[in-house]
Design a binder for this molecule. Structure first.
Ligand SMILES: Cc1cc2nc3c(=O)[nH]c(=O)nc-3n(C[C@H](O)[C@H](O)[C@H](O)COP(=O)(O)OP(=O)(O)OC[C@H]3O[C@@H](n4cnc5c(N)ncnc54)[C@H](O)[C@@H]3O)c2cc1C
Length: 433
């Protein structure tokens, strides 16, 4: 594939949620689109498992969940603070979340991405799996295509949807290499269990699913947290830890994950499960996106490649932001095609659309989250305080009971929590999360 004329109206690199959404939207508008993916099949390079917050996909493809390989609609969200031997949880359940149009689904990416790329293909996109793009082709300062090995594909615009390390965006001068403070390392395992075991252990009825997050002991005091999501007949379980913390501590993510899976309060949830898959991947930290340029002559950057992910300590979101940005990229390109102008000036409509919609608004809302979550007491002192407080309330040892305020004061003393720190953290949490 070589040439000097244009082969397509648009080239999309990366068949993750961002690239598939962009390719689908542009194909539906009648543009000729190629979607290039380095994995042998879309999804094969993507770490399996996650919770897809689905409103944006339902807007793009109404009723998508009727044909998509989603696992379970999430009707239960729990947040658990862990110490070495105790835990304290917030448990939110709502049957309403389990009815159309649904709020979120657990998905396995190998199946989900393949489905999404298939939908883009049905809409007219030319899907090319098993091809690794090496670099953008730049002429007179504008991106005019991509090179893969000896082959060159040309189009007036390229969508860089190639994930958290996006070398395409780097090569086009839109962003620097990731610094350790701008990314977290996610390690994840898929544990197979019979579906009735999952439903019994998590108190689920039928297809319902649970999304559980864990803070505290799980990251050995480092910034990050654990998660456990129920699929139909497997659990996605893992940790996300900020890379600079991990490097500084010398800890191994694989050992942290092993310790998490062995934790006395987590292990019973996984008992008799069979390890089916294991992997690691980078996640952009909320806030890093604010520093990246999102477009240049002939190129826009979407999804993780642009740093669009949110880790609020309670939820990890990236897939819906990827889809939302893929749609905005597509709409800006459709407009640019009508104008016959793919300059940076014309493609700046991409940024306008992101700002008008939820993607950049949500990223702005959580821009201070990494700074707030950098407080190490969140992962040690608070779980200790909460579990000691609840121990003081529920445990009896034959001595006379004390009022709640005395129990709370003792828990604060024992955990080393100071009132001034508590107030400061509460205000900061309110402003950051
Ligand atoms: C452990 C972990 C847990 C997570 N949990 C959640 C969650 O619960 N909910 C949520 O919403 N998000 C979650 N995320 C984040 C989410 O996975 C990402 O934000 C999302 O996948 C971003 O989509 P994307 O399309 O931008 O990039 P990706 O999904 O990374 O897709 C990029 C694609 O580009 C391809 N590619 C890369 N380079 C090239 C190249 N040179 N040539 C051709 N193809 C290329 C890759 O193979 C890949 O298929 C999690 C991430 C991790 C690591």
């Amino acid at each position: 594939m070589t040439g000097t004329t244009e082969d397509f109206d648009a080239i999309v690199v990366g068949a993750g949620p961002a690239g598939c959404a962009a390719a689908y939207r542009m194909s539906m508008a009648g543009l000729s689109v190629v979607l290039i993916e380095r994995g042998e099949t879309p999804g094969s390079k993507n770490l399996s498992g996650g919770v897809l917050y689905s409103a944006v996909l339902n807007e793009l493809i109404p009723g998508f969940y009727e044909t998509a390989p989603v696992e379970r609609p999430i009707t239960r969200h729990t947040t658990t603070f862990l110490t070495k031997e105790a835990s304290c949880s917030l448990d939110y359940r709502s049957a309403g979340l389990g009815a159309p149009p649904y709020n979120a689904f657990s998905v396995l990416r190998a199946k989900f991405d393949e489905w999404f790329a298939g939908v883009a293909e049905q809409a007219g996109a030319f899907v090319m799996p098993g091809i690794r793009v090496d670099e953008p082709v730049v002429e007179n300062g504008a991106v005019v295509g991509v090179r893969a090995g000896d082959d060159v594909l040309r189009a007036p615009v390229v969508v860089a949807a190639d994930g958290a390390n996006s070398f395409l965006a780097q090569a086009a001068g839109l962003r620097p290499r990731n610094a350790p403070k701008d990314v977290a390392l996610g390690v994840k395992a898929i544990i197979r269990l019979p579906r009735h075991t999952i439903e019994n252990r998590f108190g689920l009825v039928g297809d319902e699913g649970a999304a559980c997050s864990f803070d505290g002991e799980v990251t050995a005091g480092m910034m990050g947290g654990g998660f456990l999501y129920t699929n139909i007949d497997s659990l996605s379980v893992g940790l996300v830890v900020r890379l600079d913390d991990l490097i500084e501590s010398g800890a191994k993510a694989s050992q942290l994950l092993a310790d998490f899976l062995d934790h006395p309060l987590v292990q019973p949830l996984l008992r008799d499960g069979e390890l089916a898959e294991y992997g690691a991947h980078l996640v952009p930290e909320s806030g890093s996106a604010m520093t990246h340029r999102l477009f240049t002559d002939g190129m826009v950057v979407a999804g993780d490649a642009a740093g669009f992910a949110i880790n609020s300590g309670l939820v990890v979101r990236g897939m819906d932001l990827a889809i939302g940005s893929g749609v905005c990229a597509a709409d800006a390109i459709i407009q640019a095609k009508t104008l016959g102008d793919f300059s940076a000036h014309s493609l700046s409509a991409y940024q306008d659309r992101l700002e008008d919609g939820f993607v950049l608004k949500d990223l702005h809302t959580y821009a201070r989250a990494p700074h707030f979550l950098d407080r190490h007491q969140l992962y040690s002192t608070y779980p200790e305080f909460l579990t000691q407080l609840l121990h003081g309330i529920f445990a009896t040892d034959g001595t006379p009971r004390q009022h709640l305020v005395t129990v709370a004061r003792r828990a604060m003393n024992d955990s080393g929590l100071r009132m001034s720190a508590l107030m400061g953290d509460a205000v900061a949490a309110g402003r950051s999360l």
